[in-house]
Design a protein around this ligand. Structure first.
Ligand code: FES
Length: 141
C-alpha cells in the first residue's frame, strides 16, 4: 500500500488531482487507522491510464466508463487491459490525424474565420469555411 505522497511522487500527478480522481470514482483508496489514504500499488497503472486518456481527449466521464469495465477488487489482468485499449484504436487514430493536420497547418489557413493571413483570401475567401460549422474547419477535417 502506498501513501498519497508516494503515489504522487511515482505518478507525477499532484495530490490534489489524486483526491479529485478519487472524488470522481476513478481511483479508490483505503483508509489507514489514522484516516490517511492508502492506495494499492496497481493504482499507478490506473492513474497512468487516466493521464494518457485525458491527453488523447477523453473526458473524465468517458474515462470513468472505461475504468468501470475493470474489476474493482483486484489488479486487472493483461487481457483486461488489452480489451480496454482495443476500444481506443479509432480514437487514437483520429487524434493522430488531428495532430498531423495541426502540425502541417500551423502556418496555413485553418478556416477559423480570422482571415488574418495573406493566404486566407485564397483558401477561405469571405470565410466560406464558416458555412461548414464553427471552429477551424480545415483543421477539424
Ligand atoms: S487562418 Fe483563420 S481564416 Fe484563415
Amino acid at each position: 500500500m502506498l501513501t498519497i505522497t508516494e503515489v504522487s511522487r511515482r505518478s507525477g500527478v499532484a495530490s490534489s488531482a489524486l483526491r479529485f480522481y478519487e472524488d470522481r470514482g476513478l481511483i479508490r483508496a483505503e483508509r489507514a487507522g489514522s484516516g490517511h489514504r492508502r492506495y494499492p500499488r496497481p493504482v499507478l497503472r490506473r492513474i497512468a491510464f487516466i493521464v494518457f486518456a485525458q491527453r488523447i481527449g477523453l473526458t473524465l466521464d468517458e474515462i470513468g466508463r472505461e475504468l468501470a469495465k475493470l474489476p474493482p477488487d483486484r489488479a486487472p489482468s493483461r487481457t483486461e487491459w488489452e480489451q480496454l485499449s482495443s476500444n481506443w484504436s479509432d480514437r487514437i487514430d483520429a487524434r493522430i490525424a488531428e495532430l498531423e493536420r495541426l502540425k502541417l497547418g500551423l502556418t496555413e489557413c485553418i478556416g477559423c474565420g480570422c482571415l488574418s493571413l495573406d493566404r486566407c483570401k485564397l483558401a477561405n475567401p469571405g470565410d466560406c469555411a464558416g458555412e461548414l460549422g464553427p471552429g477551424p474547419r480545415y483543421w477539424i477535417g
